[in-house]
Design a protein around this ligand. Structure first.
Ligand code: NAD
Ligand code: ZN
Ligand code: ZN
Length: 347
C-alpha cells in the first residue's frame, strides 16, 4: 500500500540549501501515473534550478530532479500506455502539447507549452513522483534503476547533441566538459565510430576520459589548448559538443571547430559569450543549441546501454546528502554522476 507521506528535498528559496521535508504523497489524476522512486541522478541543471540561474525560473517551493527511475504504483483513469509494475524514467521533458508545429515535426523538446520535470513540475528528489505516461522513458529489461538514471538526462542530451554535430564515423569530435554529461558523451561518440577529444579543466576528468576511450585529451586551462587541438586533429574537430557549465568553454569550443564544422551547445551557464564574425563567416562554422532529446532519442540512447555500449559511472548517495552533493557539483568535485539511492521500490 502506498503510504500517505513521503520524504522530499525541496527548494524553498533560490540559492538556499534544500530542505528535507515531509509532503503528502500525490494522487494521480486522470491521465497521470504515480511512480515510486528507486533512484534519481543529480544533474548540474538541478543546481541551476535551485540557484534560479536562468531567465525562465521555477516557482519555489519545488522538488528538483529529472533523472528519476521508479516503478509505476498507481494510475489515474484513462492510462493505457504503461501499467502498474512497469519501470519508467521521469525525464526533463515531462510533457508537451502534442499538437504544435514542433510536436508534429518531432521537435517536441521545443514545444512552447512543454513542462519540465523538477522545474515546472515537481521531480524525483522525492520518494514518489507524478508523471505523464505519454512522456516517461520506458526502461529496457536488464537495466538497473541506479545505473540507468543518468541516461535519461545526461545520456539523451549528449546522444542527441552528438547527432546534431553531424560528425560522421572516422571524423573528430571534441567533448568539452567530461563530467556528468561528458563522460557519457565520450562513450556514445566512441560507439558511433568517432575520434574523440576530451577537453576539461580537471586532470582527474581528463584521465577518466582516456580510460573511457578518448583518443586525445586537452587541458582547457592550457594557453595552447586550441592550437594543440588544431594541430593534432589536422585543422579542428568536425563536431564540438560543449557540455561545460562555464562561459570560457564556449568561445574555446567554437575556436576548436573545423572549417564547415558544427559546434553544439549543451552547457547552460547563465550569460553570453562573444563570437568572432569573420572567423565564423570565413570558416562557415555553425553554432547551434541542443536541448535534451525526443522520446525517439530516448529509446535510442537507452538501447545503446541495453546493448552494453554505454555505462554511467555512478556514486550512490542518500537523499539526505543532497546539499553536500550540490556543493561538490559546484566545485567540480563529482567524478561523473551522483545518483540518489531510494532503495528498492518494493520497500
Ligand atoms: P558536471 O558538473 O557534472 O560536469 C561539468 C564538467 O565541465 C566538469 O567535468 C568540469 O570540470 C568541466 N568544466 C568546467 N569548466 C570547464 C571549462 N572551462 N572547459 C572545459 N570543461 C570545463 O555538469 P553536467 O551535469 O554534466 O551539466 C553540464 C551543463 O549542461 C550544465 O550547465 C547543465 O545545466 C547543462 N545541461 C544541459 C542540458 C541540455 O538539454 N542542453 C541537459 C542537461 C544538462
Ligand atoms: Zn539534466
Ligand atoms: Zn507542442
Amino acid at each position: 500500500m502506498t503510504p500517505r507521506k513521503m520524504h522530499a528535498a525541496v527548494v524553498t528559496a533560490f540559492g538556499k540549501p534544500l530542505e528535507l521535508q515531509e509532503w503528502d504523497v500525490p494522487t494521480p489524476g486522470p491521465g497521470q501515473i504515480l511512480v515510486k522512486t528507486e533512484a534519481c541522478g543529480v544533474c548540474h541543471t538541478d543546481l541551476h534550478a535551485a540557484n534560479g540561474d536562468w531567465p525562465l525560473k521555477p516557482t519555489p517551493p519545488f522538488i528538483p530532479g529529472h533523472e528519476a527511475i521508479g516503478i509505476v504504483v498507481a494510475m489515474g483513469s484513462g492510462v493505457t500506455v504503461v501499467k502498474e509494475g512497469d519501470r519508467v524514467g521521469v525525464p526533463w521533458l515531462y510533457s508537451a502539447c502534442g499538437h504544435c508545429e514542433y510536436c508534429l515535426s518531432a521537435w517536441e523538446t521545443d514545444c512552447p507549452t512543454a513542462e519540465f520535470g523538477g522545474y515546472t513540475k515537481n521531480g524525483g528528489f522525492a520518494e514518489y513522483v507524478l508523471a505523464d505516461p505519454n512522456y516517461v522513458a520506458l526502461i529496457p529489461k536488464g537495466l538497473g534503476a541506479k545505473e540507468v538514471a543518468p541516461l535519461i538526462c545526461a545520456g539523451i542530451t549528449t546522444y542527441k547533441g552528438i547527432k546534431e554535430t553531424q560528425a560522421r564515423p572516422g571524423e573528430w569530435i571534441a567533448i568539452s566538459g567530461c563530467g556528468g554529461l561528458g563522460h557519457l558523451a565520450i562513450q556514445y561518440a566512441k560507439a558511433m565510430g568517432l575520434l574523440v577529444v576530451g577537453v576539461d579543466i580537471d586532470q582527474g576528468k581528463l584521465d577518466h576520459a582516456t580510460r573511457l576511450g578518448a583518443d586525445l585529451v586537452i587541458d582547457a586551462r592550457s594557453p595552447d589548448a586550441v592550437e594543440t587541438l588544431l594541430k593534432e586533429t589536422g585543422g579542428g574537430c568536425h563536431g564540438v559538443l560543449i557540455t561545460a557549465p562555464s562561459l570560457p568553454a564556449f568561445q574555446q569550443g567554437v575556436a576548436m571547430t573545423r572549417r564547415h564544422g558544427i559546434a553544439v551547445l549543451n552547457g547552460l551557464p547563465p550569460g553570453a559569450f562573444p563570437l568572432d564574425i569573420f572567423d565564423l563567416v570565413a570558416k562557415c562554422v555553425t553554432v547551434r543549441g541542443s536541448f535534451v532529446g525526443t522520446r525517439k532519442d530516448m529509446a535510442e540512447c537507452l538501447d545503446f546501454a541495453a546493448r552494453g555500449k554505454v555505462h554511467a559511472d555512478i556514486e550512490l548517495q542518500p537523499l539526505s546528502a543532497i546539499n553536500s552533493v550540490f556543493e561538490r557539483l559546484e566545485r567540480g568535485d563529482v567524478p561523473s554522476r551522483v545518483v540518489l539511492d531510494f532503495g528498492p521500490a518494493g520497500q
